[in-house]
Write a protein that binds this ligand. Structure first.
Ligand code: FAD
Ligand code: N01
Length: 539
């Protein structure tokens, strides 16, 4: 490290909504800092995921910052669940409004971060070799920011165009007249398939596991609604902060309402169908027992399968699209606009990999056990190395040279999803062990960044240099995280979700986010701070 390297108070890695808000907080504290971002602009998720159809799956008026009334008043959301360009536009609006870019070093990928016990600081190294030194390190690197490229034999032999939904080009991709293959049927595929199908000559959908997906119910917002919201933001934010999932669902109650007043098992078949007809497909996942009782869940699944058979005209395609063998609610909810309807188009062809396995990729396309599919474009909608991927991709070393990757080889361990024992003065935003991906992320991001900033202020006010999670408190928290997830659909043995890490070969099957709810978690974090950062070693 050169003698000239300036010692900063904080290095932040990542300039998505987390890193952007941290700038606001660090400015308030008057600290010295820099934000390092591998991309060339702000927005994180919404900067990278530009695939057609990408949009929010929760009401976007709530998927927005709450820290400044004037910011809330300055932005008009156009749709209930905004599409990617609108959300990226919002991120740019925030960056412009607060001149955030001046504090961000773009095109700077961090490759390592090592805690220097002699001097108690972090040495952070970028891919360019540039070095940074800071007392605190905040990893705002995102939970869904490392695309998963499955290791399919022959993957690199393919000669056509390859695109990952999570690394979509900035310029529009024209699929007209092209044979397109898409691998995967998770959220990204479900959103992009109806859009790509509009122009592709043929769209082959390579499906390994059929998905449960529910109609989005998206619509444009009226001026009246926007004006109403602007008078109610304060109440809405309060409701979000004390809720289970960081959402007040203002103006959409009844349609997106979380819990029904009755168990599905307590209704007759006729009553279930009546409710389904009245309230629509999303209602089947709102019965309290559906989320905790596999028998009740199977009743809902059967109603779901009937719905597919009604919508999809081709009987073979409909049968192939039926999710079987795992419950509704074990994976991240998927919502769609015209997903099943797309399979009624002549140019959309479902390739059921349960019937014809994907053998290999070759120069021309994809070979299954049944036939060769020649493709002009191959789209990977194969997801992410979620929650831990961006953290373990950086060579992070704490006390005694302990590598985070090593510490987490049997699954992530963290106190509150905010700090890892053995890694002093390092914080993770929406890390494993926090509500994170089970919540409205912006609500959780703000809570984490506020908590971190308050912690930094507390250390300064008390002339303390270091904060580090204690091993014992980390153990107790990990145990608690597991206990609350046990018995829910999220951890049921038949579930193969990225919440459990099973989408990445070799990743241990460990449930990563905290299911105890945003409100309860928030109170817990606040109580810990109020008790002088109980469970943390301050030095
Ligand atoms: P990110 O937005 O992922 O930003 C992290 C940044 O860190 C990235 O810009 C990345 O380039 C950078 N970075 C990572 N590693 C390094 C490194 N080593 N060096 C330098 N820079 C690095 N959440 C919701 O609550 N509601 C939704 O509707 C919703 N929709 C989503 C749709 C998609 C397609 C995806 C992929 C995710 C969605 N999410 C949603 C989750 C979303 O990730 C969060 O809401 C939120 O945007 C995360 O912000 P972040 O700043 O924490 O992380
Ligand atoms: O990724 P996924 P995603 N051969 O992991 C398949 C957020 N998000 O990008 O299930 C064949 O869900 C895999 O099949 P299987 C949201 O949190 C939100 O779609 O493993 N197929 C699966 O079908 C979401 O949950 C929105 O059998 C292979 C798919 O690829 C998260 O991001 C929109 C394969 C991956 O699905 C990730 O979603 C988009 C292989 N070798 C994303 N490997 C909103 O709507 C993988 N697959 C807000």
């Amino acid at each position: 490290m050169s003698d000239q390297t300036k010692m900063l108070d904080v290095v932040v890695v990542g300039a998505g909504f987390s890193g952007m808000y941290l700038i606001i907080k660090l400015r308030e504290l008057g600290m010295t800092y820099t934000v390092l971002e591998q991309g060339d602009d702000v927005g994180g998720t919404w900067y990278w995921n530009r695939y057609p159809g990408a949009r929010c799956d929760i009401p976007t008026i709530e998927y927005s910052y709450s820290f400044d009334d004037e910011l809330e008043q300055s932005w008009d959301w156009q749709e209930l669940m905004a599409a990617q360009p609108e959300i990226l536009g919002y991120a740019n609006h925030v960056a412009d409004r607060y001149d955030l870019r001046e504090d961000i070093r773009f095109n700077t990928a961090v490759v390592s971060a090592e805690y220097q016990e002699d001097g108690s600081f972090w040495k952070v190294v970028a891919a360019s070799g540039e070095e940074f030194a800071s007392r605190f390190l905040v990893m705002a690197t995102g939970c869904l920011s490392v695309p998963n490229w499955p290791d399919i034999p022959g993957r690199d032999d393919y000669q056509g165009r390859v695109i990952h939904t999570g690394l979509w080009p900035h310029e529009p991709v024209d699929f007209s007249g092209l044979k397109v293959g898409i691998v995967g049927t998770g959220s990204s595929a479900v959103q992009s398939i109806p859009e790509i199908a509009q122009t592709a000559e043929t769209l082959y959908v390579f499906q390994r596991t059929p998905v449960y997906t529910f109609p989005a119910g998206n619509h444009e917002l009226t001026d009246e609604f926007r004006q109403d919201i602007k008078t109610r933001y304060a109440d809405i934010r309060e409701m979000q902060r004390s809720s289970m999932a960081g959402m007040a669902l203002y103006g959409v109650m009844g349609r997106l309402q979380d819990i029904a007043d009755v168990n599905i098992k307590d209704l007759s078949d006729a009553e279930r169908r009546e409710r389904l007809a009245e309230e629509g497909l999303p209602s089947i996942r709102r019965y309290p027992d559906v989320m905790v009782d596999l028998e009740a869940n199977e009743i809902a699944c059967e109603l779901y399968r009937e719905y597919i058979r009604e919508v999809v005209e081709d009987e073979d395609a409909a049968e192939s699209l039926l999710p079987l063998g795992y419950p509704i609610g074990c994976k991240r909810q998927v919502i769609d606009i015209g997903y099943y309807e797309a399979f009624n188009q002549d140019n959309v062809c479902l390739v059921d990999l349960r019937k014809e396995a994907l053998q290999n990729i070759n120069q021309a396309g994809i070979q299954t056990t049944a036939q060769q599919y020649d493709l002009d474009v191959l789209v990977y909608a194969t997801g992410f190395d979620a929650m831990t991927g961006a953290l373990t991709a950086v060579d992070i070393r704490g006390r005694d040279g302990l590598a985070l990757k090593e510490k987490w080889q049997d699954g992530p361990r963290s106190y509150l999803g905010l700090q890892v024992a053995g890694f002093p003065n390092m914080f993770t935003v929406t890390g494993p062990g926090s509500p994170s991906v089970l919540s409205n992320m912006i609500c959780s991001i703000e809570q984490h960044c506020d908590w971190i900033a308050d912690g930094l202020e507390y250390l300064r006010a008390n002339e303390l240099q270091t904060i580090e999670a204690k091993e014992g408190s980390e153990d107790a928290w990990v145990k608690h995280v597991n206990e609350v997830a046990d018995g829910t659909m999220l951890t049921t043995p038949s579930c193969a979700s990225w919440y459990l890490g099973v989408n990445i070969p070799g990743k241990p099957r460990v449930f990563m986010p905290y299911v105890g709810g945003v409100g309860a978690y928030r109170d817990h974090c606040a109580a810990i701070a109020a008790e002088g950062y109980k469970g943390f070693e301050l030095g």
